[in-house]
Design a protein around this ligand. Structure first.
Ligand SMILES: Nc1nc2c(ncn2[C@@H]2O[C@H](COP(=O)(O)OP(=O)(O)OP(=O)(O)O)[C@@H](O)[C@H]2O)c(=O)[nH]1
Length: 387
């Protein structure tokens, strides 16, 4: 295959990836950070498609368009590719390094063109810049190598090999490095094939990270409450299970508090659902400040939360619950249109040897209902076990 056809294949390949991503995006209706990463990747592909088309027109358009401008756009496309991979890996800060690196790469390349360096020198500079951005992308994909899938490792290895191939192409383009018997056209063709494979490797790498991120998020949301970021009922029950088993052994008990915000429905009705959400989040923050690191808070649903206090007696748990009650009552929540004062009722118990999850929550809930019936904004303790 001649070099011009390969360059055209790269332009069309990037264009078709752009179209594929556009439809992938249109169906998914992503938001926030994910949408931003997709946009970065789309820009990367558009830059690369444009640059390859300009390079394809070499000889038909003025040189300043098909040499410095085309290569500057191409480097920008590679930098954006690496940037999307780093953002997807959760490290936005990498943009701060990639942007200056792009500026330096473009600067050196344009200077080489202005100084009329031989084509081999320019190719070597271009290959070094390209390999740098490929390696940066491979590094993003290689994060979490040990726990990564085999496919991810394969892609990292592929990207490393291809980066080395691109670098080798650049070195072999230097007149001083030219090996005897090596066909320069074959070297250039091999370099462009490496770039083609890198285009595919990058695309698969990116889609793989998106898929892994989305799977991780789905798995997280099975056990974590999306609004307050504490374990949901399922996550909390999972955390509770070993403590129920441990309660059958003698030793310090484990306590359970159930907290319910008082007349929370009124907050929603008076100030709107989003104000209610703000109250729930603020309430979790307030409670967490009163707890130890080893304590565990979860959202059972609505305005009801559970708090597990390992190695805590009923008396101490009662004190913690009272501290939480006072903290909630003392903290007005600033919502968009109002300052909302809340109170909470709390039921306290300790896990008994014979307890199941059902009997434990039944007892804590009865204590909570007693606190509600006694007038709310108070703590009630379940009766002690009859020995
Ligand atoms: N803003 C918001 N409200 C929620 C959410 N989940 C449930 N709710 C509302 O929370 C309210 C729960 O009210 P309850 O706990 O049953 O009753 P209450 O009004 O707090 O009254 P008492 O518990 O008797 O003091 C209902 O109005 C639900 O619609 C949520 O995620 N966000």
């Amino acid at each position: 295959m001649d070099i011009k056809t390969l360059v055209l294949a790269l332009a069309l390949g990037n264009l078709s990836l752009c179209a594929a991503l556009f439809f992938f995006e249109a169906g998914a209706r992503r938001s926030g950070q994910t949408a931003r990463i997709h946009a970065t990747w789309m820009w990367a592909k558009q830059c690369q498609a444009l640059a390859w088309f300009l390079l394809y027109c070499r000889g038909e358009l003025p040189d300043f368009l098909t040499i410095p401008l085309a290569n500057a756009i191409l480097f920008a496309g590679f930098a954006l590719d690496a940037s999307a991979l780093w953002e997807q890996a959760g490290r936005r800060v990498w943009r701060n390094y990639l942007v200056p690196a792009l500026g330096a790469g473009v600067g050196v390349y344009v200077a080489a063109w202005l100084l009329q360096l031989p084509a081999g020198g320019r190719i070597a500079i271009g290959s070094a810049v390209t390999a740098f951005f490929f390696l940066a992308g491979a590094a993003a994909l290689g994060r979490g190598w040990r726990s990564g899938t085999v496919l991810r490792r394969y892609l990292v290895a592929l990207m490393l090999v291809l980066s080395a191939a691109v670098l080798a192409r650049g070195l072999l383009s230097l007149p001083a490095m030219a090996l005897e018997g090596l066909n320069p056209v074959a070297v250039q063709s091999a370099g462009i094939v490496a770039l083609y494979l890198m285009m595919l490797g990058n695309a698969f790498g990116y889609l793989l990270l998106v898929r892994e991120h989305e799977h991780g998020e789905l798995a997280r949301l099975e056990v974590v409450d999306a609004l307050t970021d504490v374990p949901n009922r399922r996550g909390f029950y999972t955390a509770l299970t070993p403590w129920i088993a441990l309660a059958r052994r003698p030793g310090m008990p484990t306590a359970l508090i159930i907290l319910n915000l008082d007349q929370f429905k009124r907050v929603n009705d008076s100030y709107g659902h989003s104000a209610g959400d703000m109250v729930l989040k603020a309430m979790v923050d307030v409670c967490k400040k009163q707890l130890r690191d080893s304590d565990q808070m979860g959202r059972l649903g609505g305005a009801e939360f559970a708090i597990l206090l390992p190695r805590t007696s009923a008396e101490d748990a009662g004190m913690v619950a009272e501290r939480i009650r006072q903290a909630v009552a003392a903290l007005p929540v600033k919502a968009e249109k109002a300052i909302i004062n809340m109170t909470a009722s709390l039921g306290v118990t300790t896990i008994r040897a014979e307890d199941s999850t059902v009997s434990l929550f039944k007892r804590a809930d009865e204590a909570l209902q007693a606190a509600k019936q006694a007038g709310r904004n108070r703590v009630a303790e379940a009766p002690a076990a009859i020995l």
